[in-house]
Unconditional design. Structure first.
Length: 201
């Protein structure tokens, strides 16, 4: 069965076109039901179940005050983008990094992951077991990503002193660092929380 936009014809009797009209209703219900609760289902009728996008496109560059939500290729993935109404301007990448964190992790002193996103593992190595390496599940597109951190240093000699993240090696697939306390000593914080901002590959 297919939708027939030419039904009914001006000179058709309803009784003659009934089956074709019913087919059109059924096809419209099926098409609407791809992303919505269909007309034939009374509970939550018309509400979205999901939003499906066609193949990735270039920035639509709509004129005036028309905003666009669309998918576009970024690195090796297909990501969600938003563009303001001004033609050719105001493009924000909503997934795969962009305006959101490309990765984040919460670890304890031993490097055990407590919670994370886009982090495969964390290793702790010499010297003196104070070098941490965060390994990403999906690489960043470039090494220009930003790392922002905070620490819980209670009970590890840090007191209430301010600590800093001492970057060691930064690659698209991993981030190696040590934590230095206010006295200049490298320590293993009770908990470390790091956010990574940048576009993913």
């Amino acid at each position: 069965m297919t939708f027939n936009p030419n039904i009914p014809q001006p000179n058709d009797l309803i009784s003659a076109s009934q089956a074709q009209i019913q087919t059109n209703f059924s096809q419209a219900d099926t098409a609407f039901g791809i992303d919505h609760t269909p007309f034939s289902t009374l509970a939550n009728q018309g509400l979205h179940k999901k939003v499906s996008f066609l193949a990735p496109i270039a920035d639509p560059n709509q004129a005036g005050n028309i905003a666009s939500l669309y998918t576009k290729t970024s690195g090796t993935g297909i990501e969600l983008f938003y563009q303001k109404g001004t033609a050719g301007a105001g493009v924000s990448q909503l997934t795969g990094g962009g305006v959101t964190a490309g990765a984040w992790v919460s670890i304890d002193a031993a490097g055990t992951i407590q919670a994370s996103f886009n982090v495969t593992s964390v290793t702790v190595t010499a010297p003196t077991g104070n070098v941490y390496t965060v390994n990403f599940t999906r690489n960043f597109a470039a090494t220009t990503y930003l790392a922002v951190s905070t620490f819980d240093i209670s009970g590890v000699g840090g007191g209430t002193n301010v600590c800093s993240l001492d970057q060691q090696i930064k690659t698209v697939s991993s981030y190696e660092y040590r934590v230095r306390n206010a006295a200049g000593s490298f320590i293993r914080p009770t908990n470390t929380y790091i956010l990574f901002f940048g576009v993913l590959a």
